[in-house]
Design a protein around this ligand. Sequence first.
Ligand code: SAM
Length: 490
Amino acid sequence: MTQVATEHHAAAATPSGTCYKVTMWESGALSTAQLDAWQEARRELLARMRDAGIKGARGTLTHLGEELRELSTRAVVAPLDTCALSQQPFTRVGALAAKLQREEQVLAYRLTPCTATVLVELSGEEGIDTLVSRWCTCTPEIIWHPTPLVEAISAAEAAEWQESCRQAEAAVAPEADTNADAEAAPEFHHVTVLREEAVAALQPAEGRVLVDATLGGGGHTELMLQGGATVWGIDQDPAARQAARKRLAAYADRLHIVAGNFRNAAELLKAQGVQQVDGLLADIGISSPQVDQAERGFSFLAEGPLDMRMNPAAPRSAADIVNTAAESELADILWQYGEERASRAIARRIVQERAKAPITTTTQLAAIIAAVLPRKGKQHPATRSFQALRIAVNDELGALDALLESGLSMLKSGGRFAIITFHSLEDRAVKRYFDRVTRPEIDRPEWPAPRPNPEYAARLVTRKPIMASEAELAANPRARSAKLRVIEKL
Ligand SMILES: C[S@@+](CC[C@H](N)C(=O)[O-])C[C@H]1O[C@@H](n2cnc3c(N)ncnc32)[C@H](O)[C@@H]1O
């Protein structure tokens, strides 16, 4: 299958007044019947709005305005989201992306192989029609549907949409993986944790489609492929994707590697025409090569740039946070994500030191922390602070929450959702979420009796988390803190 993705872009300008969201689609992406039904319902709503306007019925007008929006979402935007009409790569709309980036009025856009959604704030003489006809002209090989969907939205809604584009843009690595890259991939040594247990939970077999949301070096994926499954492997780190592509070259016909952040897994899969799958695994956290390569900046033991980005194209590195965040924000990061008791003292010292010279390397930061917190016992004093910064740089808990919230929607009935975590903050989030969706009923002290849980959608496959066996621990002490939890969609 051709590798396709969704391209996002958000400009720096912030919306200030009414904006327009223009949705264009390739002719044929929506059927004539779908379009006719939409137009008819739209005409009827517009006629009712006209009547309400004449009567000055403001409440009715607002209500009908909302109905009109819901109609557009239901009849146009949602079907386009699931449309996999054209599996052509982005080169086709590359010219459009280049044009949109130069347009002053364009605040953000999202392109898929058969749709373009553009956020515009008009300025000057040009109207939407002029802009749209210019965009169509620069993609002569695409026959766009002649009437795009144009929705007026407030500055606040526009800012929200622009931010979602910004996040998606940051999440998707820009480079395309190729087999040539795979050939050149350096050695990648990562010992897979709970390999058999996690893969067995997803029951790989011929004809089953599984997602490995944290492909890494491909340890879990390899076992899924050996079991006969087709696998979609997601990773935000280009080095991991290259390594997995090389290691699993023999399974190229059943392995599809996708660049991106698993927080957008549902969207990334939809862009590839994949709606629902039989199982999804996430082995949260970093891989050993990420820590071991000094130039990635994760380790306080080796001199390297203070980076820590799993996706090297992400906007904020550890150095950015350390050199620009307010002292209170730094202290909060160290406390919340590292449970570092000396968070305030360390944050204060960082701010004092960065006033003298920027903090740019791992060992420089480690020395600053060690000066505040002398070594006690075996653990290096910078351990907790480095963990905290890594979690903040990669927004690891935010990504996990987004994956949890969207995971079940990607699964068929009976599909399995398995997550391996390595520290209590992550495990707590998984445990809470799994508990939320597996309780048939909920109860509150103020209620006379328990009530059905509206979120009930899955069953626990194992009541307690699965942990590494003695044999695995002997071979890989890193597995000590790993916990695997699994649920099955009802
Ligand atoms: C623990 S490793 C996975 C190892 C893999 N299971 C194996 O056996 O080789 C975690 C991987 O997930 C990736 N990763 C972590 N957070 C991610 C996210 N939010 N989106 C996409 N990939 C992520 C990391 O880049 C890393 O390669």
